[in-house]
Design a protein around this ligand. Structure first.
Ligand code: GUN
Length: 283
């Protein structure tokens, strides 16, 4: 039997229309949620991501400021930009697009962002609050994954969730959010010996590896829910995930496509965090 497609595009549209309504309500009180996106250098993938973020903001009636600087931009200059954004009452969310050039200390930059405007959820205060289950801006990709599971009535409680990847942006927080929903979580990574041994025991498999079509059906437990965070190019330059989609289609029960799965949810969650930050200013 063919797996059910987890449609991130449709789900994100639904969330975005709800956001647009709330943005309109805020507008009646004279508040426009504002997101500042800082981009350093000319990484083509980063440019694409940032353009999409700006476009989505504007489509939802939110303000989006794109601050672009050359590769040579200094760390001190960037910290000053962030300080100004922290103090700007019309900016509710600050996102510094990663990766940063090698001469800039990423951690120092994340630390400089006011946690109240940390819509990426990368600041240690946000990460700490998330870890202990307190209110926090949740990192957008893992939060988007949780929303997809919810949308498709997949309850992680009691399930074995296997996360491949241990990045601070996706893997680690994805595992934490699944744990909070009472899943039993296993983390796998590049040094895991006999990966398939673990993934074949996964009721929910989250892959954030970054290798095109790396996971075939031999890695999948029959009936598993497969969430593919990969954004890769195949041998023909076509966008594809970590999972060999066609190969696992008859083994998995649910699967996210690439594109159109997790990707659109990440942006929707960023919009939601920015809106939440603007709404919080009212209380
Ligand atoms: N680079 C890749 N993904 C992300 C993200 O979610 N946020 C930021 N700031 N940079 C990224």
């Amino acid at each position: 039997m063919s797996a059910t497609l987890i449609d991130g595009k449709a789900t994100s549209q639904k969330i975005k229309s709800q956001i647009a309504v709330r943005v309109e309500q805020l507008a009646q009180q004279g508040i426009v949620p504002g997101l500042a996106v800082v981009l350093i250098g000319d990484n083509p993938a980063s440019h694409t991501y940032v353009k999409n973020k700006k476009k989505t903001c504007e489509a939802l009636g939110m303000r989006s400021d794109l601050l672009e600087f050359p590769e040579s931009f200094g760390e001190g200059e960037l910290l000053e930009v962030i300080s100004n954004l922290n103090n700007d009452p019309e900016i509710h969310g600050i996102l510094v697009q990663l990766p940063l050039p090698g001469h800039i200390d990423e951690f120092k930059v994340i630390l400089a962002i006011d946690p109240d405007k940390d819509v990426d959820g990368f600041h240690p205060v946000s990460v700490g609050n998330m870890m202990i289950g307190r209110e926090a801006f949740l990192p957008c990709t893992p939060h988007g994954i949780m929303k997809l599971l919810e949308e498709y009535h997949i309850d992680p409680a009691g399930k074995h969730a296997v996360v491949i990847g241990r990045s601070n942006i996706v893997g680690k927080p994805a595992g934490q959010l699944l744990l909070q929903r009472d899943a039993t979580v296993t983390y796998c990574h590049s040094r895991t010996v006999d990966l398939a041994e673990y993934t074949r025991k996964a009721d929910i498999l989250i892959s954030a590896v970054g290798r095109a079509k790396f996971l075939g059906k031999e890695y999948i437990k029959p009936g598993a829910v497969v969430i593919d965070v990969g954004m890769n190019r195949d041998e023909n330059g076509k966008l594809c995930g970590d999972v060999d989609f066609e190969d696992v289609l008859d083994t998995a029960s649910h699967i996210t496509p690439v594109p159109g799965g997790v990707g659109p949810m990440t942006i929707a969650m960023l919009m939601e965090n920015t809106l939440l930050s603007a709404e919080r200013g009212l209380t």
